[in-house]
Design a binder for this molecule. Structure first.
Ligand code: AMP
Ligand code: MG
Length: 411
């Protein structure tokens, strides 16, 4: 076991070697908010205005001046302020103004008394609870000051960020151009989905997986199709991909079989940084540089291709677009609810199902057969069970680390 895995580099080493070489792209474009979901901010965004932009009421109730509350007499209602329709007239001393949530408070207003704390006497009201200066008034700039930075550069824009920009009237935003990523799969046995299969042929799962994930990550996908296991054809696919893309991704042909030409081609056309990782699934993963682009050679087995895309290519793409924060969800320690088979030597990404046990703590089960050609267990899973390189089989009740799937693997 030692000798078999001794030459493999660890996931951490692979990630740091990859990330150390990459420089984020810098080309920017301006897009409308409608076209911005999934895009990455190219620069920090400053607020053009204060929020709120005027003092306004936090409640439905009455605008008051504190001095007027000394009297025990009911106070006449001298006017109304609605959201969008401010009170415009004169506010006579000894009276209140009816006010609705979001309405600008009239000049001189020192507090808003909520309706529930008043008593109606015809066209007048009596305040029934103590009143503090400033209560129920949302002040100018309380949320955001004019000119304040509201978003960093390198933020992926989604439903948590875009409404904030909309609330400030920002209609367009500077984002990075999309990354151009070329994908081809290799293998004489592969057929596109939708065709019939001859003896020994299988469907091309990986091009579907990788394109799907690239689309979800907001990349421009250049689909170069299925490439036969022929060095000349492969060479021209590499050249074509390198001409068009920032990143070139292939699958298959990186093992040590007789038709595995990908590695040789990368040595001929570029430079390999590494090509064997101490992870399972996903050992034959190659990373390197072509003349104009970065290259990732994913394994052929569909589970291995999906896992290495998720664990290695996802952070790489995040880095190239200068995204802040971790690309992958934090891991957590939970109890294994059952035995998990493992041999020491590689870091395992087993597919698992975590859920809440009867006592409220989290526990994790295997999602089924862990073979790197078995996609059905992936489809059942909601997390990776990440088992340390030197660990052996896990017994039920032992602590393990899980990494919940992020949005890339969910619907
Ligand atoms: P390779 O690395 O090319 O030797 O492929 C390893 C295994 O993955 C073989 O069983 C291939 O048939 C299978 N495989 C390779 N590419 C794909 C693909 N795009 N879709 C589904 N299976 C694949
Ligand atoms: Mg192959």
């Amino acid at each position: 076991m030692e000798s078999f895995t001794a030459g493999l580099i660890s996931l951490e080493e692979a990630q740091s070697k990859m990330l150390a070489q990459l420089e984020p792209i810098t080309d920017k474009i301006s897009v409308s908010l409608q076209d911005a979901p999934g895009r990455i901010t190219a620069e920090a965004i400053l607020s053009p205005a204060a929020v709120p932009s005027f003092d306004n009421s936090a409640m439905d109730g009455y605008a008051v001046r504190l001095a007027d509350l000394q009297s025990a007499q009911p106070l006449p209602v001298a006017g109304k302020a609605f959201a969008g329709v401010p009170f415009a007239g004169d506010w006579p001393p000894g009276s209140v103004i009816r006010i609705m949530t979001g309405a600008p408070v009239p000049a001189g207003c020192e507090a808003v008394v909520m309706q529930e704390e008043t008593e109606r006497h015809g066209e007048a009201i009596r305040v029934m609870a103590p009143v503090k200066a400033g209560q129920n008034i949302r002040r100018v700039g309380e949320d955001i000051q004019a000119g304040a930075q509201i978003l960093d550069a390198g933020v992926r824009l989604g439903a948590a960020e875009l409404p904030l920009l909309a609330s400030l009237g920002i209609a367009r935003v500077m984002v990075l151009r999309k990354l151009r990523v070329a994908i081809f799969t290799t293998g004489d046995e592969l057929q596109p989905v939708g065709q019939s299969l001859a003896a020994g042929q299988i469907y091309d799962t990986n091009r579907f997986t990788v394109s799907l994930m690239l689309n979800k990550l907001g990349c421009e996908v250049i689909d170069l199709g299925i490439i036969r296991d022929d060095p000349a054809v492969l060479r021209s696919a590499f050249a074509e991909a390198d001409r068009q893309a920032d990143v070139v991704i292939s699958t298959g042909g990186v093992s040590v079989g007789e038709a595995d030409y990908t590695r040789a081609m990368l040595e001929e056309l570029g430079a390999i940084t590494f090509w064997k990782l101490a992870i399972k699934p996903g050992k034959p993963f190659a990373f390197g540089r072509l003349a104009n682009s970065w290259f990732c050679g994913l394994p052929g087995n569909p589970v291995s291709a999906a896992v290495t895309f998720y664990q290695l290519v996802q952070p790489l793409l995040a880095r190239l677009t200068g995204q802040r924060g971790p690309a992958l969800p934090p891991r957590q320690r939970v109890r294994a609810a059952e035995r998990l088979k493992k041999s020491p030597g590689r870091l395992d990404f087993q597919r698992g199902i975590f859920r809440q046990a009867a006592d409220g703590t989290l526990e994790v089960y295997s999602a089924g057969h862990q073979g790197s050609h078995v996609f059905s267990s992936f489809a059942r899973a909601n997390c990776f069970i990440v088992l340390e390189r030197e660990r052996g089989t896990v017994e039920a009740g032992e602590w393990v680390e899980i990494e919940p799937f992020n949005a890339l693997l969910e619907g």
